[in-house]
Design a protein around this ligand. Structure first.
Ligand SMILES: [Zn+2]
Length: 433
């Protein structure tokens, strides 16, 4: 067994700026502060200054106690509260007080909530958790209206490292390194403007990834984002770093601060559906035919989604001789892309439709003169066929000049973190062997 995963607790300096944790949902323009369940201030203890132990314990005023209620099968909020002396009218006022509080009508067995009642059995406050990280607190205000506030817990984030060498397919390599397919797809999307994940991948290509895992109370509850990634593809070394600008927008940039994003994605098919991968002993047969017929062929199962390579407008959607069902998309003034042999078009896609990059426009088929299901893809500049793999394309905006120095410092920091993890992983591997 090869261990390729290392977990470190988040470093002190590495946490990203956090989103506001609390948002207030004022039901009405109630100005009164909520009736909080704060303990009464301790009584005066100055009378016993000599020793804490000798001091007569200060008796606080009796404070209202929160009661936790667990919903059983068949329970309704109304019944649970009325059992505790809350009137039906009060229950009604609570659940109709705000959109957020309406959820209370659909309580489920196993769910818990907390209530705070006064001595007369009147409901003063109620807390419930629509999800593991969110708590809604409803509080009765002095003027008899309900005020609700929502509190969001922060996940604990742990940085993890994975490295893998591709032997048969990207997804298998990711799985072997402990990455979910979802995370591998994130990785592919980061490099999807530079690497054609159907045609460019070769045995021996490898990648390293720093990513976040999300924890609550020590339990893993999900995956966060990729923080940084490296990809070695056919002798090229590509790097990407997650970057958050002043406006909070998150993007991936290269080591110089240029955006990874480009006008065209390299692979116009949903390659996660192409399971066969490549045959390590043989070159991909279609590579040799690119020049011959001025297009690129992607063998893929019938029905595989075809994606618009770039943002643009559909200028043709119909049958075109041996090409079968064809869509042509115009991108700006100079570029067009053509997709042929489609089984059919995506719903709503017709001449004049504006499409976004990566949007599904149709499905792989074998219409027209096709020997088997595949996408025939053409890329033209000013009407001239070009190889989309090699044509230089304009780059999207990266880091602003004012932030570049700070960004480069981030890159150096992440690089040394990556090196540290990679060293630890190598060590772990050699220990196991
Ligand atoms: Zn073709």
């Amino acid at each position: 067994m090869i261990v390729t995963l290392v977990t470190l607790l988040p470093e002190s300096g590495e946490s990203r700026p956090e989103r506001p944790q609390t948002l207030n949902l004022n039901l009405e323009a109630a100005g009164d502060p909520p009736v909080a369940a704060k303990p009464a201030p301790a009584a005066d203890t100055d009378s016993a200054p000599d020793s804490d132990l000798a001091a007569e314990p200060a008796l606080p005023e009796p404070t209202p106690q929160w009661e936790t209620i667990t919903v059983a099968s068949g329970d309704t909020l109304g019944r649970l509260l009325q059992d505790r002396g809350v009137t039906a009218a009060q229950v009604h006022r609570l659940v109709t007080g705000h959109k957020r509080l309406q959820d209370l009508k659909n309580i489920r067995p196993g769910q818990t909530f907390e209530v705070l009642l006064n001595e007369q059995g009147e409901l003063q406050a109620l807390k419930y958790k629509p999800s593991r990280i969110q708590t809604i607190t409803a509080t009765l205000t002095g003027d008899g209206t309900w005020q609700a506030s929502s509190e969001q817990r922060e996940y604990q984030r742990r940085v993890r490292f994975a490295d893998a060498t591709i032997n048969s397919s990207l997804f298998l390599a990711g799985q072997a390194a402990g990455m979910s397919d979802n995370l591998t797809m994130q990785l592919a999307n980061i490099f999807g403007w530079d690497v054609d994940f159907v045609l460019d991948i070769r045995p021996g290509d490898r990648f390293r990834v720093l990513f976040e895992e999300l924890y609550l109370d020590g339990e893993k509850v999900g995956e966060g984002d990729i923080l940084a990634a490296e990809f070695w593809n056919r002798g090229r070394h590509l790097t990407a770093y997650q970057y958050q600008d002043e406006d909070g927008a998150v993007a991936y940039l290269d080591a110089q601060g240029n955006s990874m994003r480009k006008a065209f994605i390299r692979t116009p098919v949903a390659f996660s559906r192409i399971s066969s991968g490549f045959n390590p002993g043989r070159r991909h047969p279609v590579l040799n035919t690119i020049r011959a017929h001025k297009g690129t062929d992607y063998a893929a199962p019938s029905g595989t989604p075809i994606k618009a390579a770039g943002k643009g407008k559909v200028i043709f959607a119909g049958v075109k001789g041996g090409y079968g069902n064809v869509i042509i998309v115009q991108h700006g003034r100079r570029y067009t892309t053509l997709y042929a042999h489609m089984r059919g078009f995506a719903k709503g896609v017709r001449v004049g439709t504006r499409v976004n990059q990566g949007q599904t426009i149709g499905y792989v088929g074998s219409s027209g003169l096709a020997t088997g299901p595949h996408l025939h893809y053409e890329f033209r500049i000013d009407g001239v066929h070009r190889n989309p793999q090699t044509v230089p394309l304009p780059k999207a905006q990266g880091v602003s000049p004012g932030n570049k120095e700070q960004y480069l410092a981030q890159v150096r920091r992440v690089n040394s973190q990556m090196t540290l993890f990679a060293g630890a992983a190598t060590l772990a591997r050699s220990d196991v062997r």
